[in-house]
Design a protein around this ligand. Structure first.
Ligand code: SF4
Ligand code: WCC
Ligand code: FE2
Length: 627
């Protein structure tokens, strides 16, 4: 067993780009060159174009915009708008899932696969469950969830999952998120021309909007996806482009909403469809995925992961992709023109993400089955249009064990302890590993790839360094896929760990990097941290746990950053959130927020230093606890 290196990934990509050159395809590697150097005003966040007196750009000579706003106000407003975009996006995904749950029916396309979880949430929310039909309950819970988006009074229901100390901080500092849509609206209102220009106020609202995502929209997205499609448990799968099978019809699902990908997987498995694929000359059908929709179906079905964010063009460049089917978020508009250079069908399915040069097959809960079948058929019928001379699938993949929901982690960790039986099924065994020092702590690795960082390298190198230092990793999103492609989710990767973590991996039979799911599933990490803190009688901020997004790029990632620090977890970034232009904003984001939420950001572009800083922070937390 050997980890795959980033150099090997890059060699495979280079080979695919040769195919691209033959057919005149564009790729992000070339577009980056055209866009470099980036606009410095934009990078520092000092450009304002929110009214038509501008755009105003702040320089030494021009320290204020036409309205008189200074650089701190401009950077602050930009930061808040950035966050609001992310919070809206995650939360609207969560809302779609609430609607899917609302549409679930015993004889419908969508069923309730985890009724216990549904009942648990209903009880948590004070909804009567006794003697109720499970679908009646599903509708009631879904409707209650939908109300969380627009209710006129009160704060988010799931905040109660946090330790008391955290809830008190939120109340005291006016950070407890109200209705989700209200926080997004309020953010846009505050950052409108002529409203807030005080950095503290803008950052506070950014945290509140972030918290409405993490403990609101994203958490509902995760919980109700589990109710509908099953709560993930450990399952074997594979990762990297080598999961595509040359002789098969290859369907790649990409985006975020599992409502689509789950249905595609159902039909790709249908004997009638497989027979049809054979009739069309293929041996079978392979579904693989990119980005979070891939994480969703990997976690629940073991569907292999073709790659992460910056590999999305690569799947088309293999020349062996019959259809790339997308729903929402993180989809390159480049896929339209690129797919035209090959036989690939680029199928968009959501009114939220419509793109030129795509075939639009509108997907909704009522017609999900028939639309999924149509998509699978379209892909099968496209097999014959392949150009064999363009087909090249890099034979590169790693095995991975995925599916580590909070529930699954708690269960797996039962295996490592001599605890009394009554402590099994809680986070006590994990806490014991941490307090005894067998594990030094945990890092939540999340977020995207970004060409500003050598793609995947930051994720993989940081993980290797951390596990060697007996720090266990929980990962989600494209970070998790980077780990899987490298082999860090193979149980045999225990050999690159320090002695303590290696022992834990052996006893619990887990890999050192645990796949917790998609980006909305970072809410699972919040629940895990909250449970650990409650079981230990500590504030979340006291746990030797930090968050890290070394290659992040999207608005969603800023929203995540806000809710992670907002939940008391120090967060380490490898890319600057367009805030460097304001000394006041930098001070607040890297230090000032501690006063409100006991955590802050660290931005460090040097990966080595970023890793050292995380280890140092974890050790500081341990020292403060005297462990
Ligand atoms: Fe310029 Fe002020 Fe208008 Fe922004 S809001 S564009 S700083 S005048
Ligand atoms: Ni989440 Fe980042 Fe991937 Fe998209 S899928 S690229 S936001 S980490
Ligand atoms: Fe995602």
């Amino acid at each position: 067993f050997k980890l795959t290196t980033v150099e090997e990934f890059e060699a495979a990509t280079a080979r695919l780009l040769e195919t691209g050159a033959k057919v005149g395809a564009d790729a992000w590697q070339f577009r980056v060159k055209n866009q470099t150097p980036h606009c410095k005003f934009g990078e520092e966040g000092v450009c304002c174009r929110i009214c038509t007196m501008g755009p105003c750009r702040i320089t030494k000579k021009a320290p204020r915009g036409i309205c008189g706003c200074d650089v701190h106000g401009i950077v602050g407003r930009n930061y808040l708008k950035f966050t609001a975009g992310g919070s809206a996006t995650h939360s609207d995904h969560g809302r779609e899932i609430c609607h899917t749950l609302y549409e679930s029916a015993a004889d419908g396309c969508y069923k309730v696969k985890d009724p216990d979880k549904l009942i648990r949430i209903a009880k948590e929310w004070g909804i009567e469950t006794e003697g109720k039909d499970i679908y009646d309950l599903a509708h009631e819970v879904a409707e209650t969830g939908l109300m969380e988006y627009g209710k006129p009074f009160g704060t988010q229901r799931f905040l109660k999952r946090a330790p008391e100390s955290q809830q008190e901080l939120w109340e005291k500092n006016e950070l407890a998120p109200r209705a989700i849509d209200r926080e997004v609206s309020c953010s846009l209102h505050m950052s409108h021309m002529g409203c807030s220009s005080k950095p503290e106020a803008l950052v506070k609202q950014a945290i509140r909007a972030g918290l409405s995502d993490g403990w609101g929209g994203s958490m509902m997205g995760t919980e109700f996806s589990d109710v509908l499609f099953g709560t993930p448990k450990p399952i074997e799968t594979e990762a990297n482009l080598g999961v595509m099978v040359e002789e098969n019809v290859n369907i790649v699902v990409h985006g975020h909403d599992p409502s689509l990908s789950e249905m595609i997987c159902e039909f790709a498995d249908d004997p009638e469809m497989i027979a049809y694929a054979k009739e069309m000359g293929a041996k079978g059908i392979t579904v693989s995925g990119v980005c979070c929709t891939s994480n969703e179906v990997a976690m629940r079905r073991g569907i292999p992961m073709a790659g992460n964010f910056l590999q999305q063009e690569n799947v088309v460049l293999t020349g062996a992709c019959e259809a790339i089917v997308v729903d929402v978020q993180c989809i390159f508009p480049a896929l339209g023109p690129l797919s035209k250079c090959f036989h690939t069908k680029f199928i968009t399915t959501s009114p939220i993400a419509q793109m030129p040069d795509s075939e639009f097959i509108r997907f909704d809960a009522h017609t999900a089955g028939e639309k999924a079948k149509l998509i699978v058929k379209t892909a099968i019928e496209n097999y014959k249009n392949r150009k064999p001379e363009l087909v090249h699938i890099p034979q590169m993949k790693q095995k991975a064990t995925v599916g580590y929901s909070t529930e699954a982690i708690v269960k797996a960790l039962d295996g490592v302890t001599n605890s009394q039986v009554d402590e099994l099924g809680t986070t006590k065994p994990l806490l014991e590993c941490i307090t005894s020092g067998v594990l030094r702590g945990a890092v939540a690795m999340v977020g995207c790839n970004n060409p500003k960082v050598r793609p995947d390298l930051a994720h993989i190198e940081l993980m290797k360094k951390l596990v060697a230092n007996d720090i266990i990793i929980i990962a989600s999103g494209c970070s998790a896929q980077a780990a899987a492609k490298a082999g860090l989710m193979d149980k045999r990767a225990k050999d690159v760990c320090g002695a303590g973590l290696k022992r834990v991996c052996e006893l619990a039979d887990i890999p050192p990097v645990l796949h917790m799911g998609s980006c909305v599933d970072i809410s699972r990490m919040l629940v895990l941290a909250a449970t650990l803190a409650k079981d230990a009688g500590l504030h979340i901020s006291q746990l030797p746990v930090v968050g890290c997004a070394p290659e992040w790029m999207s608005e969603k990632a800023v929203s995540i950053g806000n809710y992670v620090i907002g939940s008391g977890i120090d967060t380490f970034l490898g890319v600057d959130p367009y805030a460097a232009g304001s000394s006041e904003m930098v001070e607040i984001l890297t230090n000032g927020t501690r006063e409100w939420v006991e955590a802050a950001f660290t931005v460090e572009k040097d990966i080595e230093k970023l890793g050292d800083a995380m280890i140092a922070r974890i050790e500081e937390k341990r020292a403060a606890l005297g462990i």
